[in-house]
Every structure is written in C-alpha cells, then in structure tokens.
Design a protein around this ligand. Sequence first.
Ligand code: SF4
Length: 139
Amino acid sequence: MVEFYRCEEGIPLQGYAGKYCVVPVEYKRGHPKRDQTDILQLAAQAMCLEEMLCCEIPCGYLFYGETRRREKVELTEEVRDTVRSMFSEMHGYFSRKYTPKVKWSKSCNACSLRDICLPILGKGKSASRYVEEHMDGED
Ligand code: SF4
C-alpha cells in the first residue's frame, strides 16, 4: 500500500489540492523476521516510487499480522546500497543467462512465487525427476 500525507515538502498529486509525502507500507501475514528481507523489499519499493514520482522517501512501514503493529523503517543509504548491489547481481545473472540454484527455506511455503521458482528443486530433486512426477497421469 502507498499512503499519501499532506505535507509542504511533498509532491503534487493530479486531481488533489496541496502537496503530499509518499509512504510505502508493506503488509505481512506473519511476524517480524530476523533477517533483512522485508526491509530490503520495502526499500526496493520505495526506490521505485521515488523514480516514478520524482520524490524522496525517507521511511516506510512494515505491518505484521501476528503482532498487528506497524514498524517504522528508516530507508538509509546503507539499506539502499544493499538493494542496488542485489539488483546489480541479479542483472549480472540475467545478462549471463544464469539461473542461480534456489535455496529452499520455510518462507517458500507461503511464497506467492513458489510455483514459478520451484524451490523443491533445490532440495536435491532433479528437474527431470520433478517433470516426470508432475506429468504422471496427464493426457
Ligand atoms: S519460493 Fe523462491 S522466491 Fe519464494 S521464498 Fe522460496 S526461494 Fe524465495
């Protein structure tokens, strides 16, 4: 979700009077993670919004369903540098036409990309074995 708050140093929005600050809010079903994945996702979303809307977004929020609280995240240069470096690594893989091996984790169970990413292949099952099993019984 993207929230817009009226503020003097914000941006104009078509059809609305005044100026607005832009605040991305990422909603998660679970609880806060120990790693930085949610923070980096939020930072990447903020960086895209900054480019689209020509604005600066100093912070965003992560809301967790289990705690029913939102946590403020400062989008520091350090976090942004990590996002840039991950994007650069990703573009490097893409230009080399290299697909890195997926590491299965508990998060895969609830991930919306599970059917595209096929993390099960990272658990030792070969691609051909996976295809064989899923082709069984099909016409
Ligand atoms: S299914 Fe793929 S994209 Fe989703 S959490 Fe697992 S490894 Fe990451």
